[in-house]
Design a protein around this ligand. Sequence first.
Ligand code: URA
Length: 238
Amino acid sequence: MRLEDILYRQGFGTRRVCAGLVQQGHVHVAGAVQTEAGALFDPQDLLFVVQGQAWTWQEKAYVMLHKPAGTECSQKPSAWPSVYTLLPAPLRQRPQKGAVQGVQAVGRLDQDTTGLLLLTDDGAFIHRMSSPKKHVPKVYQVTLRHPVSAQMVQRLLDGVVLDDDPRPVRAAACEPTGPSSLDLTLTEGKYHQVKRMIAAVGNRVEALHRSQIGGLHLPADLAPGQWRMLSAQDLALL
Ligand code: URA
């Protein structure tokens, strides 16, 4: 593939901008500066450096972000900064079918929720992960306003009725982790589901953190606001 096309496909701007980056000596491949925009490379696993930043070719980008509190998952947030501002420009500019699309969040977390958020430009992956049939478990660490009781845990496991659906929603698992905290595992993703389930059992969420999706845990060394690409092993855990 031509070097300018490699950069274009990875989100470094229009083909013209990418050709300019190469011609102006801003791109290194295999440790050597490349100034020929049409130079051919096999993109598979290609390592390259653009303006001092190292990149590896990704056919599709799969990203995990430690979402901090006070950020919105929308591209056009109404009141808080968007989580997308935490990602580098190429991840936000990756083209799809000729248009700038960038990676998209796989589901959303509330503004005040922290923790594991996945983003990708693989539409089929988003569809699979969000499908109600797939039942991908998600673990939430919940801090409650009032103490947790055995009866409350049992009601969450048995199922509670939320206002928009007569069918009860159940927690797949519910483990108290302290006097007023619990880990709740859900396999659905209804709007404000944790907060509404906790309200339905007479308590209130004070803080909410998503620690796990499928078998993938938020790594302890990924600080709030930081992101990294998912490895093949990470993807297998989903
Ligand atoms: N449930 C909620 O209530 N909020 C979230 O952000 C995620 C799940």
